[in-house]
Ligand binder design. Structure first.
Ligand code: FMN
Length: 294
């Protein structure tokens, strides 16, 4: 399984008759091919095999909803020939992006948010595994529902191009860019002190989202060395740190800022930092492969 969250899982398409027959069943439904995947109609097992054989740059995947196969998604690094770009500049702007194409093959499952949640899951996966933060799609202009779907999924219009498989049609390249996220631990008790002034300068020069933890004013207990984390993932103390753990896992950078108190960071900051012990134990005792020891 490539990745999985709540009801949605994504697995790689296998080069097998079982998967090709599944795709053929879905693509033989005219509701599914009403606005896209219709350039090869009527689909046959031969055409499916040719289109979806797994030995090219495109990563082809099956979407599962509650464990049942529900649809198809493919993702690929944007190359010059991924879209009929009208200028080199347009390609340059997207060359670090990944493109998506997808369909939900079972119309009874439409309207349950499966497509949107699949995209969110794959975006998160590509960000974590490959550092990708820019994504594209190219619905045909005539596909009004498609345009609304991609817009609701956070994609913004980028440029109109000739549709990939249909010179009669226009497509709209749409782009979604994930913001950078920075987490700041502020160890000063002074709301307008020296540390805060420096952090303000930093914030004015940072792009994206910033979350600041003012250690003196948060409900965060120090680590109590209960050793829960020696055997379990995470920390059992239910306070504001639980939210911060989530942010630590999704942010790009962490800044630790503190006045010097007796040649050390401040006590409150150190108390908050002691709650990061669960990452040390996850690596040392639980052998969590996602945590790299320095
Ligand atoms: C309890 C206490 C201990 C301090 N210890 C040191 C120290 O060891 N070395 C030092 O250079 N400054 C020390 N300072 C001075 C602070 O680091 C300095 O005033 C700092 O700029 C305050 O930052 P803030 O305005 O962001 O709170 C200490 C201040 C306090 C209140």
């Amino acid at each position: 399984m490539l990745t999985s969250k709540n009801d949605i899982s994504i697995r790689s398409l296998e080069n097998t008759e079982k998967d090709f027959n599944l795709l053929l069943k879905w693509l033989s439904n005219e509701k599914v091919t009403e606005h896209s995947w219709n350039e090869n109609l009527p689909w046959t097992i031969g055409k499916v095999r040719e289109e979806f054989s797994t030995d090219d740059e495109t990563n082809k995947c099956i979407i599962l909803y509650k464990g049942e196969e529900a649809g198809y998604i493919q993702y690929y690094p944007i190359e010059k020939d991924s879209y009929k770009f009208e200028s080199e500049k347009d390609f340059e702007a997207l060359k670090d992006a990944y493109g998506f194409d997808m369909f939900i093959g079972v119309p009874e499952l439409w309207g349950k948010g499966i497509a949107k949640n699949t995209l969110l899951l794959l975006e998160e996966y590509l960000y974590k595994e490959k550092g990708v933060r820019k994504f594209t799609s190219d619905p045909e202009i005539s596909n009004k529902n498609g345009l609304v779907f991609w817009q609701k999924a956070g994609f913004k219009p980028f440029s109109e191009v000739e549709a990939y498989d249909n010179p009669e049609e226009k497509s709209l390249i749409m782009v979604k860019e994930m913001e950078k996220k920075t987490l700041i631990f502020n160890g000063s008790p002074r709301k307008n002190g020296d540390t805060k002034s420096l952090l303000n300068i930093l914030a004015n020069n940072l792009e994206g989202e910033i979350k600041t933890v003012d250690c003196y004013f948060e409900n965060i207990s120090p680590c109590l060395d209960c050793r829960y984390c020696h055997k379990n993932k995470g920390c059992c103390i239910k306070d504001n740190m639980q939210e911060i753990y989530k942010y630590i896992e999704e942010c790009d950078s962490i800044v630790i800022a503190s006045p010097v108190y007796f040649s050390e960071v401040t006590g409150k900051l150190l108390a908050v930092m002691s709650r990061l012990q669960c990452y040390f134990t996850a690596s040392r005792f639980l052998k969590d492969p996602h945590i790299h020891q320095a």
